[in-house]
Design a protein around this ligand. Structure first.
Ligand SMILES: *Cc1c(COP(=O)(O)O)cnc(C)c1O
Length: 384
């Protein structure tokens, strides 16, 4: 097998398009140069449509979690209260970050595989008037659930004065997000998922309401002080050395996203989701998320006792050069997750489905060769 043909179908990091890889190979330039400043400012502005904001999008050097942490340390103080919607591993991460800074956390937990609904949130917030921020996960990567952010934002707006802060790391750039229109106060994301880049950039956008709060508070961290980023942003730069090569890559990603257009990008991801789900159903492999809340970027499958997902993953990787993800925390060894985001198109879904069928047979699990592929093709056929 060709090592350089290893196919990543995990929910991040995702494959890098060759033209993006090439853009990142440009010779280094000074990070305080006019050339970099212009590139940085224009690229940051080109990110706005994916957040659905007319405000600034801040870019920092760090993995996605750095932006999650940034959203916490600038909006809350120790002893203040936050509600965290926990539908899986990443919701739990938000809760842990808050707790690390001494913030009082109220967890709204739902079983893994379920979404947090507007009704649940409304009930939860009803007796918690002191909550100053509500944290949610847009795509809960650990379960393949996409939480109804638009509806949740409406509840927060109507039922409280809290800020609504959303982790969109594993779906922004692939799904609709209209933070201004929906009333979301902070959206954070990272570079290595739908943005088709290596890990290392994190993005954050904040509403006017959020800035009013941020301006009143003392940041609880130094590197993640959002006010410092805003000050530098006015000079088209960052307070600390930016990840110049990744910004080169990001500009090329923006070219690609603009060429395809956001509506088409969103449709492509929905199509890949529907193809993947149809295929798994045809192979009698239970899905974790209900149709209504199924993520466009990652599909989680729970084979119960039909076969060992870890054995499937091993054969897929060793025999077919395809990497899919396993489960996290209590779902480790129990589920498998197929990433279909970023530099991935419908025919790539047929490939991973075909390889899963082969691998199932190789591990002695029942699978009709071609059944999943056919089901996915039938979905695709209605879109061509
Ligand atoms: C990947 C991911 C993150 C960030 O993880 P990092 O490893 O810090 O980049 C945060 N939230 C969600 C939902 C994710 O999928």
């Amino acid at each position: 097998m060709f090592a350089d043909k290893m196919i990543l179908r995990i929910p991040g990091p995702t494959p890098i398009p060759p033209r993006v890889q090439q853009a990142m190979n440009q010779p280094m330039i000074g990070h305080r140069s006019g050339q970099f400043s212009d590139l940085f400012a224009s690229t940051a502005e080109r990110l706005r449509p994916y957040f659905g904001t007319s405000g600034d999008v801040f870019i920092l050097a760090g993995s996605g979690t750095s932006a999650l942490e940034m959203s916490v340390v600038n909006t809350l103080q120790p002893g203040e209260e936050a509600a965290v919607l926990v539908s899986g591993a990443f919701g739990e991460r938000f809760a842990k970050i808050c707790e690390r800074y001494g913030i009082v956390v109220h967890r709204l937990e739902v079983p893994w595989g379920e979404a947090v609904t507007a009704e649940k949130l409304a009930t939860f917030l009803a007796d918690k008037p002191s909550v100053q921020a509500v944290f949610a996960t847009y795509c809960e990567t650990s379960t393949g659930v996409q939480n109804p952010i638009r509806e949740l934002a409406q509840v927060v707006r109507e039922k409280s004065d809290a800020l609504f802060i959303v982790d969109a790391v594993s779906c922004l750039g692939a799904v609709a997000c209209e933070m201004d229109e929906w009333g979301v106060d902070i959206v954070v994301t990272g570079s290595q998922k739908a943005f088709m880049l290596p890990t290392g950039l994190a993005f954050l956008a904040a509403s006017k309401r959020a800035w009013e709060v941020i301006d009143r508070k003392k940041p609880l961290a130094f590197y993640l002080d959002l006010k410092a980023y805003r000050k530098s942003f006015a000079d088209k730069t960052t307070p600390y050395t930016p990840a110049v090569s990744l910004v080169f890559g990001l500009a090329e990603v923006c070219n690609m996203l603009e060429e395809e257009g956001l509506p088409a990008i969103i449709k492509r991801h929905e199509l890949m989701r529907d193809m993947t789900r149809a295929a798994m159903r045809a192979l009698n492999i239970p899905l974790m998320a209900q149709d209504e809340f199924a993520a466009a970027t990652v599909t989680s499958c729970h084979p119960q006792d039909a076969f060992d997902p870890e054995q499937l993953r091993k054969v897929l990787k060793n025999h077919h050069n395809i990497v899919i993800a396993g489960g996290q925390q209590h779902l480790k060894g129990k589920i498998f997750r197929i990433g279909h985001m970023g530099y991935c198109e419908p025919l790539d879904v047929l490939q991973v489905v075909a390889a899963i069928e082969l691998s199932l047979r190789q591990i002695g699990a029942p699978a009709e060769l071609g059944a999943g592929v056919k089901a996915a093709q039938e979905v695709l056929l209605t879109h061509v």
